[in-house]
Design a binder for this molecule. Structure first.
Ligand SMILES: [Zn+2]
Length: 477
């Protein structure tokens, strides 16, 4: 997080003001007198940028206006900012300058000038969990620029693949608004970015590989997007890099994860639902045998990829376990991390140690140990990529899926039988209008029927209260 402060500059003249943003209204919250801007933050990735204003209360924001030079502005009514004007010369492709002016009548006026072709969306976000009320200015690079950049990337990757160079995608976890874990002088998002870069230096020295990092700076990327980057690049392997935390401070050690059966089943169901939706859209079959075939194919693919991911995880773990004497390994584990759901390439997630443990943290901060850990990740990936890929499927996953399916079928069968039974009971029942003073115990005694059957035929819970005048069913003719 960074808050920038720069000297005052009077750049913008009121006479230039040309209101053009009338079509765009921000949600206006209840006016607050205790609204203050507590922080101004700026995040930037190659594709987008954000200016975030943290506020002490929900803001009342005026519609956006635009000046003749393209500068966008809006007011936050009744909101306090340090006296004077603040200018933030951000000077990047997304936004050249940001001005925050305290108005004499107590409000704050914000000016920002988006770069050429950059589009902006500005919105208010209410407070949630640890996050304050915020105003977010979201800036996106021009679409043609994005397309051209991606095409260049793709050409480079095709050239590398033609030369048999293997593509390794390294994914430093967290970033931007999400710092990850924080303990003993280590902030996860910063630490894992530095580690990913260090790992990359080993690949850069090896002509057999090209390493690409999903997050090159301090910004957030959605979890799905991280593996999509690898998928679009046709990566041979994907490894996400993290450090761990536990409130039990004695817990220490390295962990290497790959996809769990539970996580994979959830993903398979999501993919089946997605396919069904697409079929619905073209008027095809949504349910039944088609879904079963789709699911079987997905499960087969998952089981193959998972089998390879387990080999990747094992090789990473073998190298990491001996990388730093004193930094122990807790072995290969499985978890349903979203970044590990890919069907396109084997993937793993490494937790390089516990920041919450004093011994681990001292190793994690040690430059020599960092180099050895980075080398361990490189060697583990290289071992995997150079080894004979064993064909096969993850048998435990296939077994897990059949257990889940069997349990689901049994559940459906129980529900079907219950429906049939109720149908028969209903057919063999007669209507009755509830009189004053009737209770379920009195009625079951009078009509000599079992309370369970009485409740079942009416769809009642055991302690349901009867209403005078309502029609219920009495079991038996
Ligand atoms: Zn993490």
């Amino acid at each position: 997080m960074k808050t920038l402060h720069f000297p005052v500059c009077r750049l913008l003249l009121a006479s230039l003001i040309l209101l053009v943003g009338f079509g765009f209204f921000l949600p206006v919250a209840r006016a607050q007198t205790d609204c203050r801007i507590t922080d101004i933050r700026f995040w930037q990735s190659p594709e987008e940028a954000q200016i975030v204003f943290d506020l002490s209360a929900p803001p009342k924001v005026t519609p956006l206006g635009t000046l003749s030079d393209g500068t966008v502005f809006f007011d936050i009514e009744g909101c306090l900012f340090r006296p004077g004007r603040e200018r933030y010369p951000l000077n990047n492709a997304f936004v050249q300058v940001l001005n925050v002016q305290a108005r004499s009548d107590g409000g704050v006026r914000i000016f920002f000038r988006p770069g050429a072709g950059v589009s902006q969306r500005t919105f208010v976000l209410p407070r949630s969990d640890a996050k304050a009320d915020r105003i977010v200015v979201f800036l996106t690079e021009p679409p043609q620029q994005q397309l051209a950049r991606r095409q260049l990337e793709q050409q480079e990757i095709s050239r590398l693949k033609a030369g048999n160079v293997k593509i390794v995608v390294l994914d430093p976890g967290h970033g931007g608004e999400d710092p990850g874990t924080r303990a003993n002088g280590i902030v996860e998002k910063t630490y894992v970015l530095a580690m990913a870069n260090l790992i990359k230096t080993f690949f850069d020295r090896d002509p057999r590989y090209r390493a690409i990092i999903t997050r090159t700076g301090d910004y957030i990327i959605p979890l799905e997007r991280r593996r999509q980057i690898a998928e679009q690049l046709g990566a041979d392997v994907f490894v996400s890099v993290h450090v761990n935390f536990n409130h039990a401070r004695r817990i220490q050690g390295i962990e290497v994860y790959y996809e769990s059966p539970k996580g994979a089943v959830g993903e398979a169901d999501r993919l089946v639902a997605e396919t069904e939706n697409q079929q619905d859209a073209v008027g095809g079959v949504g349910q039944g045998p088609v879904a079963q075939i789709v699911k079987r194919d997905i499960v087969q693919k998952q089981a193959e990829i998972m089998f390879r991911s387990s080999q990747l995880a094992q090789r990473l773990e073998s190298r990491l376990a001996v990388a730093v004497p004193g930094l122990q390994s807790r072995g290969v584990r499985r978890a349903g991390f979203k970044v590990l759901h890919s069907l396109a390439m084997p993937s793993a997630l490494v937790e390089l140690g516990y920041t919450s443990n004093l011994v681990d943290a001292s190793y994690l901060r040690n430059p020599n140990a960092q180099t050895r850990l980075a080398q361990g990740v490189y060697q583990g990936i290289a071992d995997f990529l150079e080894s004979q890929v064993l064909p096969g499927v993850d048998a435990s996953y296939v077994q897990y899926v059949s257990q889940v399916e069997a349990a689901r079928k049994a559940q459906e069968e129980r529900a079907r039988k219950a429906r049939e039974r109720r149908k028969t009971l209903l057919a063999n029942s007669r209507p009755y209008t509830v009189q004053k003073g009737d209770t379920i115990p009195k009625l079951v005694a009078r009509f000599k029927v079992a309370k369970g059957v009485f409740c079942e035929v009416n769809g009642f819970s055991q302690n349901r209260k009867l209403k005078v005048g309502e029609t219920i069913r009495i079991p038996g003719k």
